[in-house]
Design a protein around this ligand. Structure first.
Ligand code: PGA
Length: 234
């Protein structure tokens, strides 16, 4: 059983979510399906889809205009929240410290954080991929985790670019993450791969050791693209 998570980013609408919910309703699958949608789509009927948000405030409440707390997200019935996505780290200067605080806020409110780590093209070219991944895992995860979390390895240079690392590169990254998690007392934590996943490469990617599922951006927006990803994996 795999975890197939979609990240709608700043796309979609309430009616598009309704369409996706009905499109997936009759699908026979044992996989866990998650869709992380914009805040305005939280709380809608979601059928078999588990709903998540894409970001969360590190604060509990108060004068933080525009922010949404973990408690508010949980209050909509959502179960998951992405933290530390490449676009949050890149466009909003989120550090490991920020990401860790956001993950803590999620955990304190019963949400499962999907904590993203991954290297930029600059870091890859400088030969720093493994070091960046390991420090991302060690520094973005709160120290007192005793409820489920999910890690997503997302090579930042490959997101939305139609590029993917080689199978061997994905295998090495996931093996390192699994080893690091085990050293942190978190073995068994699911590790997703994300960046340019589509129907044509999902099965191969998910057959790589330590790849427990995928985090899908662009190809999660439409049933015609998302369903083949789910059905391609047995
Ligand atoms: P992509 O995005 O599948 O469009 O590359 C992945 C992500 O940002 O999670």
């Amino acid at each position: 059983m795999k975890i197939i998570a979609g990240n709608w980013k700043m796309n979609g609408s309430r009616s598009a979510l309704k369409e996706m919910v009905s499109g997936l309703q009759s699908l026979e699958t044992n996989h866990t399906i998650i869709l992380c949608v914009p805040y305005t789509m939280l709380g809608l009927e979601s059928g078999r889809i588990n709903i998540g948000a894409q970001d969360v405030s590190a604060h509990t409440h108060g004068a933080y205009t525009g922010e949404v707390s973990a408690q508010m997200i949980a209050d909509t019935g959502a179960k998951y929240v992405i933290v530390g996505h490449s676009e949050r780290r890149g466009y909003h200067n989120e550090t490991h410290n920020t990401v860790r605080n956001k993950a803590s806020a999620a955990l304190s409110n019963g949400l499962i954080p999907i904590i993203c780590v991954g290297e930029t093209m600059e870091e890859k070219q400088a030969g720093k991929t493994m070091a960046v991944i390991e420090s991302g895992v060690r520094e973005s995860i709160p120290s007192d985790v005793n409820t489920p979390i999910i890690i997503a390895y997302e090579p930042r240079w490959a997101i939305g670019a139609g590029l993917t690392p080689t199978d061997a590169e994905i295998a090495d990254a996931h093996a390192l993450i699994a080893k690091t998690l085990s050293e942190m007392g978190l073995s068994g934590t699911p590790i997703l791969y994300g960046a340019s996943v589509k129907g044509s490469n999902a099965a191969e990617i998910m057959s790589i050791p330590n790849v427990d599922g995928v985090l899908v951006g662009g190809a999660s927006l439409k049933c015609d693209d998302f369903i083949p990803i789910i059905t391609s994996v047995k």
